[in-house]
Write a protein that binds this ligand. Sequence first.
Ligand code: NAP
Length: 203
Amino acid sequence: MNYSIIGSGNVGTALARLFARKKINVAIANSRGPKTLASLTKELGPSVVPKSVQDAYEAALIFLAVPFPAHKDVAKQFKTWKGKIVVDVTNALDVAPKELGGRLSSEIVSKAFVGSRLVKAFNHLPAAQLGTNPSRKGKRQVVFVSSNDADASATVAKVATRLGFAPIELGRLDQGGVPLHALDGKPGGLLFQNVEKLIGGKS
Ligand SMILES: NC(=O)c1ccc[n+]([C@@H]2O[C@H](COP(=O)([O-])OP(=O)(O)OC[C@H]3O[C@@H](n4cnc5c(N)ncnc54)[C@H](OP(=O)(O)O)[C@@H]3O)[C@@H](O)[C@H]2O)c1
């Protein structure tokens, strides 16, 4: 499976750092074009490949790491996202609740990315924490995963494991996934919770 990240700011860079640490190839794109990503590749090494959004679209699993309002601009560039898993890393914390119209932000993103299988994940950690090594002595950083598509959720959980995390699958977006969202303008109960799993019962 090939991977890409759309967005190269705090979160996109943290995700790229995770892939680089494991030497897993990932494409990364932003709004200004691949030339603006030269210093990032220089820092992180050849597994992080700068691309245009058009080329990043070719990946089967795409991390969406742009400000929530920008999701529409990314989504509308392509008629269909069929066959792709879109990992929604956005948080709609700066969005007025009335703009969401009572819906979860990931449900809005899912609708915009026509045909995609949307998974909410990697959004609960501050970027600085997300970029650190998730495998520590006797512990793994937990990453929460939620989707209405159980296969897509399992795929993203496997990727999280490869990157060194302990994934916890929460089930559907409107059930276990609710606390991963901004709710009435405030962080849901799992947002910004730094949870670690003990490995082998030792700390
Ligand atoms: N910061 C955190 O600690 C944190 C934690 C969890 C989740 N989040 C969520 O993650 C998302 C990104 O946050 P961030 O802090 O990384 O933001 P950021 O530093 O402002 O970076 C945003 C990135 O999105 C890119 N972008 C914007 N519109 C685009 C478009 N139409 N096409 C392609 N790329 C586009 C920007 O491209 P350019 O570089 O070319 O401008 C930039 O690289 C937000 O939804 C945020 O709520 C943030």
